[in-house]
Design a protein around this ligand. Structure first.
Ligand code: FE2
Length: 436
C-alpha cells in the first residue's frame, strides 16, 4: 500500500481519467453501449440547476451501476460518531476546553468505529454546520466501504499514513497532508501503520473552496495546482463486502457480493482530492502587528452570507516572525465564530504546554482565549529579532455556529480539568503612575 499513485493537479478542475484504454467515452456522456460493458452513471454534488461556478458533477463508468451496490438495509449502531443536532445529554457546563490525544484502541477497530465526535453544530438535515471528530484505528477496511451522505469529509492525519481508495481512485495521505472526500463518495480507508490517528471535519454545508485573495493578488496561500486528484482505479472483486451508509445521522448497512469500488473511468469536477499543507504559502506582517488568523485560511466552506463561513479550515504553519514592537503570538480575543483546534506536529506558539499532537481544544462563541501565562511572558520579553517558527503545524476548524460538545468529549478521561488554569497566572500589571 505504500507506493505513491499518480495524481492530477488543480482545484475544482474538470478532470478526465481512465484505468483501461478507451474506457472513457469521448464527445458524449452516455453512449448507447459503453466500452468494456461498463455502465454510465452521473454523480451530482450540486443540484442540476446550480450556477455554473458551483455546479459539480462527475460521470462514472463502472462495472455495475450503483443501484447494484445497495440492497435491503439494516440499521446499525456506531455509537460515538455523532451528527448535529446531537441531543445526547451531559453535564459539562460552558467553558474553554482541551483534550489529550485519543489512546490507541485496545481492540481491533476500523476507521468507521474509530471515530469519536467531539463537537457538532447546525443540522445535517438542513445542510448547515459541521462536526469535529477524532479518529484512531488499527484495522483496515478491506471488505467494508463507507458512504457518508451527510457531509463532505475533510480528513487531517496526525499519525499514520492513510491509504484512501475511493470510487474515483486511490490517494496516499501522510501526516501533514489532508484529504477531502465529497459527500456521497464511497471509500475504503486503510493504513500500513500499527495505528492511524487524526481529525475529521464533516461539512454539512456548501463544499469547501479556496478563499478569495483580495489585495493579496493572484498568488500565495493555497495555490490551486497543489491540490491533487486521484486517477481512475478500480477493484474487480467478487468477494463479499459490506457497505455502510451514514445518512441523516443514522447508520445503515447492506451486504454485497462484490466491491462497489468499480469505476474504471470517470470525468467531471466532483472528486476527492488531497493537499500537502507544506505547500501553503503564508502571508503575514513585515512591519508591525499581525493580520487576523483568517490570513491562514486554506479552504473555506461558504454560507449564504458573504464573508461568514460555515467552516474555515485554517492552519498555523512554519513561518518567519519579523514584526517589530509587536506581541507576536496570537492576541487575546473573543470571537463570534467558534474554534476547534488540533495540532498535527510540534508545538503551537500560543501554548507552552498541554496542547500536544493529536490533542484538541475548543474556544466556543464569545469565550475568551489566547496565550497561556508562559507564552505571554516569553513573548512579552523576547528580543524581537527575526525568528523562524519551526516544528509546528496547528490547524483550526472555525465555524459560524456555537459548537455543541458531545457526551463522549464531555465525559472522556482525555478532557483536561486544568486547561482554564493556563491563564490563571496572568496577574494585574496595571500601575496608573507608570506609563511605560
Ligand atoms: Fe481564537
Amino acid at each position: 500500500m505504500s507506493d505513491t499513485p499518480l495524481m492530477m493537479p488543480g482545484f475544482g478542475n474538470d478532470f478526465e481519467t481512465e484505468a483501461l484504454p478507451g474506457a472513457l467515452p469521448q464527445g458524449r456522456n452516455s453512449p448507447q453501449k459503453c466500452a468494456y460493458g461498463l455502465y454510465a452513471e452521473q454523480l451530482s454534488g450540486s443540484p442540476f440547476t446550480a450556477p455554473r461556478s458551483t455546479n459539480e458533477r462527475s460521470w462514472l463508468y463502472r462495472i455495475r451501476p450503483s443501484v447494484r451496490h445497495t440492497g435491503r438495509f439494516t440499521k446499525i449502531d456506531v455509537p460515538l460518531w455523532k451528527t448535529a443536532p446531537d441531543r445526547d445529554p451531559h453535564d459539562l457546563p460552558l467553558g474553554q476546553y482541551r483534550w489529550d490525544p485519543l489512546p490507541a484502541p485496545n481492540t481491533p477497530c476500523d476507521f468507521i468505529y474509530g471515530i469519536r465526535t467531539m463537537t457538532s453544530t447546525g443540522d445535517a438535515r438542513q445542510h448547515l454546520g459541521m462536526a469535529a471528530s477524532l479518529y484512531a484505528f488499527n484495522e483496515n477496511m478491506t471488505d467494508r466501504v463507507l458512504l457518508n451522505a451527510d457531509a463532505e469529509m475533510l480528513i487531517v492525519p496526525e499519525s499514520g499514513t492513510l491509504d484512501i481508495f475511493t470510487e474515483m481512485g486511490r490517494m496516499v495521505v501522510p501526516s501533514g497532508h489532508i484529504a477531502v472526500l465529497p459527500r456521497g463518495m464511497m471509500a475504503k480507508i486503510r493504513t500500513d501503520a500499527k495505528m492511524a490517528r487524526g481529525y475529521i471535519c464533516e461539512n454539512y454545508g456548501a463544499k469547501f473552496t479556496l478563499p478569495d485573495r483580495g489585495p493579496i493578488g493572484a498568488n500565495c496561500l493555497a495555490n490551486p495546482r497543489d491540490f491533487k486528484t486521484s486517477v481512475a482505479a478500480f477493484e474487480d472483486d467478487d468477494t463479499a463486502h459490506q457497505l455502510v451508509i451514514k445518512w441523516c445521522g443514522g447508520f445503515h448497512t447492506t451486504r454485497l457480493d462484490h466491491s462497489p469500488l468499480d469505476v474504471v473511468a470517470w470525468h467531471g469536477n466532483y472528486t476527492p482530492y488531497s493537499y500537502d499543507l507544506s505547500t501553503f504559502s503564508p502571508v503575514g506582517a513585515i512591519s508591525f502587528d499581525h493580520p487576523d488568523p483568517s490570513i491562514f485560511t486554506v479552504m473555506t466552506a461558504p454560507s449564504e452570507t458573504a464573508g461568514t463561513a460555515n467552516i474555515d479550515f485554517v492552519i498555523f504553519p512554519e513561518r518567519w516572525l519579523v514584526a517589530e514592537n509587536t506581541f507576536r503570538p496570537p492576541w487575546y480575543h473573543r470571537n463570534i465564530m467558534s474554534e476547534f483546534m488540533g495540532l498535527i506536529t510540534g508545538q503551537y506558539d500560543a501554548k507552552e504546554e498541554g496542547f500536544v499532537p493529536g490533542g484538541a481544544s475548543l474556544h466556543n462563541m464569545m469565550l475568551p482565549h489566547g496565550p497561556d501565562l508562559d507564552a505571554f511572558e516569553k513573548a512579552s520579553n523576547a528580543d524581537l529579532v527575526p525568528v523562524k517558527l519551526t516544528n509546528t503545524m496547528a490547524f483550526m476548524f472555525e465555524t459560524r455556529f456555537p459548537q455543541q460538545v458531545s457526551k463522549f468529549a464531555a465525559e472522556t478521561d482525555q478532557l483536561q480539568d486544568s486547561y482554564i488554569d493556563c491563564w490563571a497566572g496572568l496577574q494585574k500589571q496595571f500601575d496608573g503612575t507608570r506609563k511605560t
